[in-house]
Write a protein that binds this ligand. Sequence first.
Ligand SMILES: Nc1ncnc2c1ncn2[C@@H]1O[C@H](COP(=O)(O)OP(=O)(O)OP(=O)(O)O)[C@@H](O)[C@H]1O
Length: 462
Amino acid sequence: MQITIFVTDDEPAIRSAIVKRLSRKKHRVVGYESGDALLAAVEHEIPDLILLDLKMPGLSGLDTLKKVRPLAPQALIIMLTAYGTVQGAVEAMKLGAYDFLIKTVDLDGIEPVLARAIDLLGLRLRLEEEGRDQDSQYALSNLEANSPLMQQILAQARDVASSARSTVLLLGETGTGKEFLARVLHHNGARARGPFIGVNCTAIPKDLFESELFGFERGAFTGASQRKIGLLEKSEGGTLFLDEIGDLDLAMQGKLLRVLQERSFRRLGGTDDIGVDFRLIAATNRDLKKAVASGLFREDLFFRLNVMTFELPPLRKRVEDILPLCRRALFRYGKEFGKDVMEIEPDAAAMLQQYAYPGNIRELENIIERAMIFCQGQMLTADHLPAELRNRVGQTAVTVVQGEEQLLRVEAKLGKQSLADIEQAIIQEVLRLSDYNKTAAAKHLGLTRFALDRRLRKAEDE
Ligand SMILES: Nc1ncnc2c1ncn2[C@@H]1O[C@H](COP(=O)(O)OP(=O)(O)OP(=O)(O)O)[C@@H](O)[C@H]1O
């Protein structure tokens, strides 16, 4: 991403060194020798980023900052400061500066600070576009996919979006983004101009489901005083999203199967077959194969649905997505609450990455929303996070990085945990990954089932 940067420093050598260095990166960079010169320039053009020296003759860095902020509220301001004047920079951050950079001879710190600022500017841009219309809100680029598992889903989503008719099945725990992905598939395919009709199968009472789905003719039953168009007809040319399909009762499953086979249906009380062209996207957090085995879900419907299947991984299996999702949520709630929290303190970031999120992305968003309420400055800190995240401090953190091979990442504070503690943390994490199947966990750990039990008992006794 190329941006416009205004550099303000009274020392010509430093100013031109910075301008040269940043211009090499193909940014548009303009230098100013004083706060007044910067203010005059900002009257005409608002840059993306301002580098502002803290100590300048005439208008000081802090005074310039106070004046430039209201003129260019969207610009990120990074204070330039010499060793020993960091206190002033901290003061500046309270006044709305985004970051500070300590000036060294080789200006080595400049790249990481700039990279972070550009990341944030990019995110802002994307989110602003998102707000503009639904198509961009559900653009493929908004599917947060830093982790290898989500990268695969993104690639699959690209292909599936373009095949307009095939039925899609989305599997995954609650809050893993099934509905979000359904909307992404809809908005990035040939049906984007058509409607997206979302129905939660558990939200409609069983005896009303049929009339909701198929609609009815006038007089079809007592109380049917006029014709009603059902959800199937409403999704003509678009997508019908059936959430929690695993909870649909058997009789309705049969009726849905027929529509999928025949691509037509009748309104209740009607005599005409009505042809429909829609794509069905179904989602569930249930294990449909198990439901089939126990007779709760029709096998023939399962095969119809299981054409293109996505398994959305739980958030704990995609650690790399956690912080980008947090930043996205910070931005969104920031707008809602009129706050400008832009950064996550490293300790808080570590806690957010170590937490297991049983409620997945929805829980992550709730945590950030709540943190936002408490957050007064520009930085989200550990104090803003709920106790269940903070209590993990001092404990061993074991996280799993998914790739071609699964990696266990273990972090333990030296001197705070014993080897036995660390061993227990690893065992617990591997158990969780194996869905608490001890035989599978023991296999992962290279133990016999008996040896695993012994270690678990030992921990209980201690
Ligand atoms: N990959 C993603 N990138 C960005 N935001 C996402 C992503 N996946 C999910 N979200 C956001 O996470 C939240 C939860 O997602 P969603 O409602 O789609 O989950 P779900 O799996 O359908 O949950 P449930 O099973 O409880 O209905 C939403 O606010 C959604 O916008």
